[in-house]
Design a protein around this ligand. Sequence first.
Ligand code: TRP
Length: 331
Amino acid sequence: MTQRILSGMRATNPRLHIGNLEGALRNWVRLQDEGHTMFCMVADYHALTTMGDMPPDLAHNSREVAKDFIAGGLDPERSTIFVQSMVPQHAELHLIFSMVTGLGKLERVPTFKEKKDDLAEGRPVSYGLLGYPVLQSADILLYRPHGVPVGKDQAPHLELSREIARSFNATFGVELFPEFKNIISEDESRATLPGVDMRKMSKSYDNCIYINDTEEETAKRIMGAFTTPTKIRKTDPGVPEGCAVCQYMRLYVPGYEQAWDEDRRGERGCMQSKKELIEALNEYLRPMRERRATLDDGAIDEILQAGAEKARDFAADTMRQVRAAMRINPI
Ligand code: TRP
């Protein structure tokens, strides 16, 4: 059965890295290719919840993220690619949901505690940051989806979305919002791809490989990547589980098992592994990079305009039903 699927990525940065690609985008593309009806959102409002002293250039970030979506395999002819703030119903449903969500629930969301601790010294917690999962619930439920593909870290947000859906339905006596499913990546090693230093891949750690890097940049990143620290000579044994190069080889180098065995036995040097990985990774990213290079701002703006129109049509229909259920409008 074809299903309706909604997912989103924050436009905190203008570039997606291979962690985003393997952990999220790849699943969206698979679902698209299986024929499902996809709504793929650039969550620009969400990027405002944790901004530092400088507001991000969202217009720029959103375009660039959308380019990476398409580079990674989303097809705007088949999937609806849109920017959250271009569909005003997200803000409207967020307001309504904010009336049916208890403060205590939001304060207990684990990502809220983490984000609160991450804020710069002395920066107050904004109302918007507390409401982050309420906005996310609006993002999701506007499209009354069957499923939402996300990483594991998002599970608490999706649980809250389902609670909001249930409580809205019960309060207003409707069956408007469905019990959607979490679609979690079945491939653990893709879902948790480490950075080149083996920490979580994140722009703030400067340990990312970006879809839109050049081949030289990718090569340089891999050459400097973390390997088994006690492996100095080729004949020293390596520990592939703790080596960034080996972790990437698992995804990108066919027959990596043999390379891992040789590494463990001290029969292969890190340099050989790095060279093979650079070759394979650049080959994997090449068609994406080429596709990305064909998309200028004009082309992407047209795609985002068309995507927003489709998303608005669907979202407006949901909002009509929300208002009718709540008996909001006198006329
Ligand atoms: N919170 C998600 C993240 O940090 C991004 C997001 C915003 C999202 N709205 C969404 C994901 C709706 C799925 C559905 O990755």
